[in-house]
Design a protein around this ligand. Sequence first.
Ligand code: HEC
Length: 171
Amino acid sequence: MNKPTRTMRPYHPVRLHFPAVISLVATLILVFACTSRKPEAVTEAEPAPVETVHIVKGDPPATSELALLMREMTVFTDSTGKRLASGKDLLPYPEQFKTLKTAEATPGMVEHRTFDPFAHAWLNKLDALYTASASEKTGVFNAMVQTCAACHGQMCPGPLVRIKKLTIPED
Ligand code: HEC
């Protein structure tokens, strides 16, 4: 009984970090979805990959082929950045990303005249990452992330915040 509880204070539900809750919900909506989606559909804000590259299935429910590929690209890029920052080797070359230009998108999401040149540029950056010398890899990696952001600046801006966090410090 050395800490008497304060029963005097009235209960104020609005004081429960209301702004924090709002910004959390807003972040969850923005993290993955291009368009607003119910926040409960985005339960997994940060994929936590370590070594493997895999398609995130199930929750949120599977969307288009391209959306799944994008999630896989996000996981891959996150892992790769962490590996480079800690001086580790690259993951095996992700052949599956070659389908970037043909993967079926959510209807109405992709205008191929705009999408294709960015997709082409991104695949070139991916190749450059694998051919760059060790000292160039960090710079090429960040240029690859910039290309993600460049395409997303044209369409599907929702993931931009997440994408910008993928860059790694250059020295
Ligand atoms: C050529 C353009 C382009 C490039 C490059 C690109 N994206 Fe996307 N991204 C899209 C489009 C279009 C969608 C929407 C796909 C759909 O809904 O079918 C999308 C969707 C996403 C999503 C949402 C997936 C979901 O579950 O709804 C994430 C996250 C994402 N991209 C991250 C990235 C990251 C990270 C990179 C780089 C490693 C990247 N994107 C490169 C065009 C691009």
